[in-house]
Design a protein around this ligand. Sequence first.
Ligand code: ZN
Length: 241
Amino acid sequence: MLLLRLTLAALAFVLVGCASAPLGGIRGIGGGTADPRRAQGFSLVLIDAGHGGQDNGGQGNGLREKDLALDTAQRLATELRGMGIATAMTRDDDRFIELDDRVALANRRAAEGAVLVSIHYNAGGRNAQGAMTFYWKPNSVGLATHIQRALVGEAGQNDMGTIRRRIRLTRNPEIPSVLVECGFVTNAAEAARLGSPEFRQRLARAIASGIRKQYYEGDAGIPPVPEIASPLSRASDRKTF
Ligand SMILES: [Zn+2]
């Protein structure tokens, strides 16, 4: 009995000790719900809204890619901050930024442990619909895979794949980088959904969910891809985004 009492006393002391300890490290940034798990591999998400200013991006069914991309990027930032994940944005209004300048903005965040997530909408044939996520570097395949899975599994987008492609925003930044094509503005049925703020919120939430999975679980369960020696992507390359 004495032993038990001593044990309880010791336990009470430990609990008091814990309660008075500084809480640094488990409080989320921006007042969001803290997740007690530790981040794996990155500490900041640089969100890049594609196109902007004089560059409308893809257009169809009364929608402009630059508007949808900015709106989705802003929603994504809010979602991530709510999860306690720090964010920054390459643009937060309707302005044009050269692709190489976006790469430079990404590289400037390398010391902060950033990853780049570029948000786009697609234009193509009338029948094409769904989401696809591009990456190039082996250190970006997990992030791309988790985002794509969430867009399909949580937002219900048609799965057009996690695609390895060497483009400026996947190849050139020094930090892990992915480019997300959320859906096609040129498909009438998909455009009807993409035009709805509620649906874009759903897309943003899914992208945030994929990022959160990578944030806490890293590449666990993701088949690795080999490094491919390749030159930097340039404007003269066949296709740019
Ligand atoms: Zn685009």
